[in-house]
Every structure is written in structure tokens, then in C-alpha cells.
Design a protein. Structure first.
Length: 353
């Protein structure tokens, strides 16, 4: 499979990974042959990247059916729970806990899974729910690498999944404003953390450490965040994890007011925020365990050759394994794989999207 920009997709290409809608239903399933109509529809709902089949990369596999089903259930659950909690109906939270627990079990059974494999692609209409899911899964990825217990992972996952629940109390015109928020509008937006905590604080299914993710995920390690300008270890550990997970997924996402960063740019942003925005020790875990480059993405090397990422090296996220399938002139060649962790003079200089 190969990750490509929607603008490069042609009728006849075969979809290599299913695409989820806002309600968790599958919009297009893996294996569908893309037509001009499908491509136009995907563009209209904001799909910018997707995976297509490629004979040169047919050993790369998308998300397995089990994980896709788990994520589909999670999106449906978060969509429903956001709607219900807006009116203080907490009955759906129990079902959401079951969904998170299933994801926890999957991650515990697949500890060597690549972080980019966990991320779900977004469209315009599913941003809120997919962002909530991605933040949850990334937070759980942190928790697994910290050897958290199942109960701790469940609390962390619930808090991360519902971190933005307070936005249901913010006016839509502010949430979806294309331009920069005014100072007054930003002050209103900042209240979503308090609104969210008020929603979850009396839900018995959610532990206080999970609730604090909702309240504190915009606090910053240097005390520059909100709502309470907490600093360092005064911010709960779960919220510090939620902060990095939230920011990472948010900045790689297209928003109504800006284009998303590439994953490698987001990675550098997180590293650059160590000790200011983010907990130093958590950034170290992020650096050693998260992957920058999705499998199947095309990259340009410092020697001028382009290739596709086909493997990762733990602890060396900027040095994946790259498969070269074309020469400098674009002619097909016998595939060559270069493990950048073993090369001192070749680096990735660009991502080709």
C-alpha cells in the first residue's frame, strides 16, 4: 500500500485502507476500485490523503479488520456520548468504557505496533470524533509504554477520549470560525476545559485522574496554559500525556483556518516544546517510541533518490527503512532497501505528498 495525496489518485486505483465517517460507519471499504465520482466525493468531504494498493509495496498492510472494527465502534460511541452528555445523559458512558477497554486489550496484545498505524484519517465532518479517538489511542500508546495497569489505561483512555467534551457548550460559530479568534472569543473557547470537567465530574464511571485530563489538557509545563496556569508536576500526569497526544493530532490535522503539519514537522514541534509546553520525560518517551513517517509514504533522500518507507527502527524515528523502486529518471528498478539507521551519510530531506 502507498500513502498518496488525493490529488494524485486516479480512477482505477484500489483503496488499501477503509475510510470511516463521522458516525463510525465505513464510507469506503478497503478493496474498492476508485472512480472519478468516488474521488470527487472524497475531496468534497475533506479527505486529503488515502492509501492505495501498489504492487511494489504489496507487503505493507493496512489496519487489520479487528482494529478497524474497534475504531469504528469507538467513533460511533464517542459520537453518541458527546450528544448524550451535552444533556447530562450518562447512560452511554458505560458502553464507551467497554469500547475503550477493548482498545486497551488490543494495544496490550500488540505492544510492538507502530504509532502511525494507530492514527485514523480525518474528513471535514468527522474531525471532532476522529480527533477524540486519535488523542485517546495516542494517550494509550503512551500508557502502554509506561507499563500502566489496565485500570490506569482505562482511566487515561476515558479522559483522553472525552477531553474536548466541553466544546459541546461552545457556540458553533466560534468552533468553526475560519479566521483568528478575537480575544473575547478565545476567552470563551478556553472555558471548554471547565465546561468539560463540569460534565464529567459527577460521572461515577470516570475516575478523577481521568477527569483531570478533561480539565488540564491545555495546561503547559512552563505554566503558560489554561485554565489554571498550573506548572510542571502540579499538572496531573494523565493530563500531561493528554496534552502531547492532543497537540500532536491537532497539528497534523487540517482545520477550517489552516492546513495540517506533516507528521515529521509535528514531531519536531513536540521535541521543540520539551520543558516549555511539554513534560521533558514524556517527550523522551515520545521520541523513543513514536514514528514520524507512515508506512507507504514517499520520501526524498539526501542523495536525491526517492523511496517509500517500509519499516521503522525503534528509538530512531527519523531513520526508517526505505525501499527504492525507481531510479533518478523515474524508471522502475529492482527494489533496493536502505536501512537509514545503518547509514551515516544518507538522511530524509523531504516528504513527497
Amino acid at each position: 500500500m502507498r500513502l498518496v495525496n488525493i490529488e494524485r489518485v486516479k480512477p482505477g486505483d484500489e483503496l488499501a485502507q477503509s475510510i470511516l465517517g463521522a458516525d463510525g460507519a465505513i464510507l469506503l471499504r478497503e478493496g474498492v476500485i476508485l472512480t472519478d465520482t468516488y474521488i470527487k466525493r472524497l475531496k468534497s468531504i475533506g479527505v486529503e490523503f488515502l492509501y492505495i494498493k501498489d504492487a511494489h509495496l504489496d507487503d505493507l498492510k493496512g489496519q487489520d479488520a479487528e482494529f478497524l472494527q474497534l475504531k469504528s465502534q469507538a467513533v460511533k460511541s464517542v459520537s453518541t456520548v458527546f450528544s448524550k452528555l451535552q444533556y447530562n445523559n450518562v447512560n452511554e458512558v458505560r458502553n464507551t468504557m467497554d469500547t475503550i477497554l477493548n482498545i486497551v486489550e488490543y494495544l496490550l496484545e500488540n505492544k510492538d505496533i507502530n504509532s502511525t498505524y494507530l492514527m485514523e484519517l480525518k474528513t471535514f465532518d468527522n474531525y471532532t470524533f476522529i480527533h477524540s479517538l486519535n488523542t485517546c489511542v495516542l494517550a494509550l500508546f503512551f500508557g502502554v509504554n509506561l507499563n500502566y495497569t489496565r485500570n490506569m489505561l482505562l482511566d487515561l483512555g476515558m479522559g483522553a477520549l472525552l477531553h474536548d467534551i466541553g466544546k459541546t457548550k461552545i457556540q458553533t460559530e466560534i468552533l468553526n470560525k475560519k479566521g483568528k479568534l478575537t480575544e473575547e472569543e478565545f476567552e470563551i473557547m478556553k472555558k471548554h476545559t471547565i465546561y468539560g470537567y463540569d460534565i464529567v465530574k459527577n460521572i461515577r464511571y470516570i475516575n478523577e485522574r481521568g477527569r483531570l485530563v478533561v480539565l488540564e489538557h491545555h495546561e503547559r509545563f512552563d505554566g503558560s496554559g489554561y485554565p489554571n496556569k498550573l506548572k510542571g508536576e502540579n499538572i496531573s500526569m494523565f493530563a500531561r500525556i493528554g496534552c502531547i497526544s492532543d497537540v500532536y493530532d491537532a497539528i497534523i490535522s487540517d482545520r477550517v483556518y489552516r492546513k495540517g503539519f506533516l507528521a515529521n514537522e509535528a514531531y519536531e514541534f513536540i521535541l521543540g516544546g520539551s520543558g516549555t509546553f511539554f513534560d521533558v520525560e514524556l517527550v523522551k518517551i515520545f521520541k523513543n517510541n513514536f514514528s514520524i513517517y507512515p508506512l507507504g509514504v514517499c520520501v526524498r533522500l539526501s542523495n536525491g533518490i526517492e523511496g517509500f518507507v517500509v519499516g521503522h527502527n525503534k528509538g530512531l524515528p527519523d531513520k526508517p527503512v526505505v525501499r527504492i523502486i525507481y531510479d533518478e529518471k523515474g524508471n522502475s528498478i529492482q527494489p533496493i532497501e536502505i536501512d537509514l539507521s545503518k547509514q551515516t551519510n544518507i538522511t530524509i530531506v523531504d516528504v513527497i505528498v
